[in-house]
Design a protein around this ligand. Sequence first.
Ligand SMILES: [Zn+2]
Length: 338
Amino acid sequence: MLKFLRGLPKVELHAHLNGSLNTDSIRELAEKVYGAQTADFSTLCEQFVKFEKGAKLDECFEKFGFVHKLTATKQGLEYATELVIRDFAKDHVIYVELRTTPKANEHMSRRAYLQTVLDAIKSARDLYEIRVKLLPSINRGEPIEVAEEIVALAIEFASTEPDIIVGIDFSGNPNQGKFKDFMPALSEAKKHDLKLALHCAEVDNPLEIREMIKFGMSRCGHGTYLTESGYEHLKEENIPIECCLTSNIKSGTVANIGVHHLKQLMEADAPKVLCTDDSGVFDTTLTDEFFLATETFGLTRSQCIALTMEAVEHAFATREEKLLMKMQIYSYTRRQPL
Ligand SMILES: [Zn+2]
């Protein structure tokens, strides 16, 4: 099964750029950026991957600070983007939607950040067999003005790079910021045909969950604390839940893998996609996530193929791109015993 899953052409719809660097890639990045590895850096790397089971969500977000330092320069960000794309391609991911919050610092403006990631995506696409899209992220922990700037930049860049910038991600620490304050910025994005992928119901906040569902989205990130009617509504609207098994377990939002809502979604034949979230932070791959699902819920090869086809369907890709991806998956699976 593992060999079959490794070779299976996969589609990744929920991947944060800074969280998707694995340890080896972080080392490689550090070597490229700093020239050589230092003892201090190795120690930091170990701290980064030592993710204690049951660590709380707030602790997860602290880990990101470490990688953010490495990607604070234009060169670091460029390398990091290429390495992340390379790692997904290595895992036979044929399509990935990367998310990242454009950051302003002493080296870059938000505009320069976005341009750097875009340029890196364009070069990486020529090197690896993978389609790459970008969803600029709104970090709910930041002020509304920043969200407005990011949406304006996304709209502007999407007009020149419509095949790369396809939507907006709403993410960040769910215990910070109020969704309704970000609604005008998100509406503006929607008005300009950008799709919305919202982290929703990561924590138990019934009022906000209702606001988000009413507002609408193209895909729902995590959806851990949705109520029965929330699940039903998403099913009716054909909105998939991006299920990130390892992320949910390691960040402690789901008690154990056996009770993960993927099971419920499979039984209800509701839309869902398997994703990694932060493969570097959580030390996983999309193959690992599929394997974990097969081991836990007894998914068959046919069900795994159906899941990857479902991801194609919900990708923010063009009809032609979806058709090509389906053909690629079909051509692989017809050579495999089911
Ligand atoms: Zn996420």
